[in-house]
Design a protein around this ligand. Structure first.
Ligand code: NAD
Ligand code: AHE
Ligand code: ZN
Length: 375
């Protein structure tokens, strides 16, 4: 198949919110600096649903969504040196080129090399898509497009992993789990003995809890409007639970009262701007730090009294938990293999690519954390 167009099945999003269509898609060979991957497993993340909803200003249609996956390299384009056919890999929506201003800064995991292309659904080389259906181009998504049996990505967006790792599990290390762990370890840098509040107990919030527990946090307060979330959350380290619906007072006041003035760290893992405000305002005066992890829709804005920051609270955000993707995803895979981090526990459902619309329905059902599709 090397050097040839591959025809395979992919789930195409033609329009916002219209059911995805399983199509025969043509996948062009990888060009210079590109890698064609046979995707074996892909999970669904809330961000896929967000873009599909039409609220993402970077959402383009028709496109192939999906960004949390694992597979095997099928072929590589000219100049690709770090992976070869047969390598087991995880596509990384957050690239790492190790050469750009961002990568060299030592201050961020964001990479500037291919972002201008991945934000508009094309490849860097020729600003074109490698996907088409009957000659009509289909946009890429987040530089990954994993809801497809084959995809083409930039070489700076591929992490080569241990071939012994179970791909049906470690696909989760492409987004949600690292994001939560890294928000705690890299972005907030939670110290032992800290009090932590986590808003939203989906996969990302639970991974924050796991990260906080391993960082030695004492009180790990989970906040969710669905009280059923507490049972599962306990297994990830949440040791107190608050449902905002059980209280008359604003949730930030409830947390401040519970914690003698506020928490040391809070995390917003929902994508709701009024909760982002509450998450900041439940932080302790003088040092409390709030990390925004949730993705909010186009047009949404955050607000608070500047006095909140003047009096020492800190507002931050995180993308992929601050992890350097190509370097650290393989390290996270090793941590999983050594049983130092959970992955299996986040997988509540398994289906096939053909059942993807059913899997999206599940995403809005409180019982689903991650649904893994075999392609
Ligand atoms: P999810 O839908 O599984 O979890 C959200 C949780 O929030 C649910 O348990 C829900 O009951 C709860 N919730 C909803 N409204 C609430 C409210 N007002 N108060 C309290 N709880 C509320 O989603 P997920 O997959 O865990 O993703 C969470 C967010 O993180 C999404 O916005 C996603 O797009 C974003 N995300 C960001 C990054 C990043 O790199 N920054 C990476 C992955 C995901
Ligand atoms: N296109 C969206 C932005 C979405 C967003 O913030 N994405 C996160 C990852 S979410 C993964 O589930 C991210 O990494 N952002 C950094 C980046 O460079 O995109 C919008 O709203 O514009
Ligand atoms: Zn995601």
């Amino acid at each position: 198949t090397q050097g040839q167009v591959i025809t395979c099945k992919a789930a195409v999003a033609y329009e916002p919110n219209k059911p995805l269509v399983i199509e025969d898609v043509q996948v062009a060979p990888p060009q210079v600096g590109e890698v064609r991957i046979k995707i074996l497993f892909t999970a669904l993340c809330h961000t896929d649903a967000y873009t599909w909803s039409g609220k993402d200003p970077e959402g383009l249609f028709p496109c192939i969504l999906g960004h949390e996956a694992a597979g095997v390299v099928e072929s590589v384009g000219e100049g690709v040196t770090e992976v070869q056919p047969g390598d087991h890999v995880i596509p990384c929506y957050q690239a790492e080129c190790r050469e750009c201003k961002f990568c060299k800064s030592g201050k961020t995991n964001l990479c500037g090399k291919v972002r201008s292309a991945t934000g508009v659904g094309v490849m860097m080389n020729d600003r074109k898509s490698r996907f088409s259906v009957n000659g009509k181009p289909i946009y890429h998504f987040m530089g990954t497009s994993t809801f497809s049996q084959y995809t083409v990505v930039h070489d700076v967006s591929v992490a080569k992993i241990d071939p012994k790792a179970p791909l049906e599990k470690v696909c989760l290390l492409g987004c949600g789990v690292p994001t939560g762990l890294g928000a705690v370890w890299n972005t907030a840098k939670v110290e032992p003995g800290s009090n932590v509040a986590i808003f939203g107990l989906g996969t990302v919030g639970l991974a924050v809890a796991e990260g906080a527990k391993t960082a030695g946090a004492t009180r790990i307060i989970g906040i969710d409007i669905d009280s059923k979330k507490y049972e599962t959350a306990k297994k990830f380290g949440v040791n107190e639970f608050v449902n905002p619906k059980d209280h008359q007072k604003p949730i930030q006041e409830v947390i401040v009262d519970l914690t003698d003035g506020g928490v040391d760290y809070s995390f917003e893992c929902i994508g709701n701007v009024s909760v982002m405000r509450a998450a900041l305002e439940c932080c302790h005066k003088g040092w409390g730090t709030s990390v925004i992890v949730g993705v909010a829709a186009s047009g949404q804005e955050i607000s608070t009294r500047p006095f909140q920051l003047v009096t020492g609270r800190v507002w931050k955000g995180t993308a992929f938990g601050g992890f350097k993707s190509r370097t650290q995803v393989p390290w996270l895979v090793e941590k999983y293999m050594n049983k130092e981090i959970k992955v299996d526990e986040y997988i509540t459902h398994s289906m096939t690519l053909g059942e993807i619309n059913k899997a999206f329905d599940l995403l809005h059902d409180g019982t689903c954390l991650r649904c893994v599709l075999s392609t």
